[in-house]
Design a protein around this ligand. Structure first.
Ligand code: NAD
Ligand code: MG
Length: 389
């Protein structure tokens, strides 16, 4: 029996993972973790007969214990309990917490040699070298679950990375693809929360509207595949059918296509290196009729320009970028800053930290990553408390 844990089981990626695991009889579920949606976490734990269910919130402990009473399933709560759950031996671990909070559980899972199915792109952006070194040291492995990175990974099977000329990850363009800069200044939370082609959690949906999600993914591509920033591009593709393309030295391009359904990428990581049946809709190109591609616009979507800067800087720039972005997103969701202020806030945070030698120091330890994460959050909060425009 393969032992499997899911971190962030009650989220959008978590629910898709739950759907696939529910169809399997050959898997023993070890730990399932979630936040405040206790009813959903308890339902999943009972349905999959998990060994332990963990809520990230101490104050949700009693509710989870009551919901699982009589089931024989262990219950725990809090940050340390999440880490302890990641230390439980498992062969395959889904990392689907949102934000930098996914980093430590992911590292712990890699430390015990697990295969980490990585949806949590923030951990690669914030501490890519640590994640890869941890996997290498302990015999663990990272399989990308972000759809674009899964697509690149699949296009590279049997290929030599040295033969790669460039990688192109696609972007849907989000709900504001055709908006002017002036319109973008007025974009509301309600408008940013609607994605045209993917159904996802609230934070990544808004990040898709601002293209901060694509910015994170450009950096994720650099960290995971070790490519030069000049080799990594994005193209806007509103249908979200082509997920990524890999261009080789001989001019050939391998495109990965599929309907926009995360069970493709999750299922690929679950069955890897084999391919197995997946309950996903099949692609009918004739019914679709046409696929569109457009150049991205870093002027209207400055997150793309900032990602270039971060990829060039490396060091702890990804850590600072991700932390500042998380603060900016919180501020926008709370209604305290405007849509375009998010990029301004991130840019100013990076500018402020440029004089700090820690920003350019190579990422080698969790402590320095956490220190930079905290410092960037403090600077971003401080900047957000003053007028931005
Ligand atoms: P979501 O908001 O729907 O779910 C997040 C999950 O993490 C929930 O179970 C929540 O309870 C838990 N969580 C949130 N904050 C936490 C914290 N501080 N500590 C512990 N647990 C916490 O998010 P999602 O859309 O499923 O995205 C999850 C991750 O996958 C993100 O990194 C996102 O960028 C990435 N991703 C998502 C999709 C998608 O289709 N949703 C696609 C590609 C990549
Ligand atoms: Mg993606």
């Amino acid at each position: 029996m393969r032992r499997v844990s899911v971190f962030g089981a009650t989220g959008s990626v978590g629910e898709n993972t739950f759907d696939l695991l529910s169809r399997r009889a050959d898997i023993q579920v070890v730990a399932l973790t979630g936040g405040r949606n206790i009813a959903r976490l308890a339902h999943q734990a009972r349905a999959l007969r998990a060994e332990i269910a963990v809520t990230a919130h101490d104050d949700c402990y009693d509710a989870l214990r009551d919901a699982l009473a009589g089931s024989g399933i262990q219950v725990a709560a809090g940050t340390q309990a999440l880490i302890d759950a990641a230390d439980r031996p498992a062969d395959w671990v889904m990392s689907a917490i949102v934000g930098a909070a996914g980093l430590v559980p992911g590292l712990r899972a890699l430390s015990q040699g697990a295969t980490l199915a990585l949806a949590n792109k923030e951990s690669l952006v914030t501490a890519g070298p640590l994640m890869l070194a941890c996997a290498a040291r302990h015999g663990g492995r990272i399989l990308p679950v972000d759809s674009e990175h899964s697509a690149v990974f699949q296009a590279l099977v049997g290929e030599d990375i040295a033969a790669v000329d460039r990688v192109v990850i696609t972007a849907s363009g989000g709900p504001f693809r055709a908006w002017t800069k002036a319109q973008l200044e007025t974009a509301t939370l309600a408008q940013a929360q609607v994605h045209p082609s993917w159904s996802m959690g609230q934070r990544i949906t808004i990040d898709s509207a601002s293209m901060f999600n694509k910015a994170l993914e450009l950096i994720e591509t650099r960290e995971f595949f070790g490519l030069d920033p000049a080799q990594i591009e994005t193209v806007v593709h509103p249908q979200s059918i082509v997920h990524a393309l890999v261009g080789f030295r001989d001019g050939a391009m391998m495109a990965h296509m599929g309907m926009p359904d995360m069970r493709h990428a999750i299922g690929y990581a679950l069955n890897w290196p084999a391919r197995a049946d997946l309950p996903v809709p099949r692609l009918d190109l004739a019914a679709l009729g046409q696929l569109q591609f457009e150049a991205p616009d870093p002027d209207r979507f400055p997150a793309l320009r900032l990602a270039r800067h971060v990829m060039e800087l490396r060091g702890h720039a990804g850590t600072a970028f991700n932390a500042a972005k998380e603060v900016a997103l919180d501020e926008f969701i709370a209604g305290r800053i405007g849509f375009m202020d998010m990029a301004r806030l991130v840019e100013r945070t990076l500018d402020r930290l440029m004089s700090d030698s820690a920003l350019s120091a190579p990422v080698q330890a969790l402590e320095t990553v956490q220190a930079m994460d905290q410092m960037a959050r403090r600077v971003a909060c401080d900047l957000a408390s003053r007028p931005i425009v």
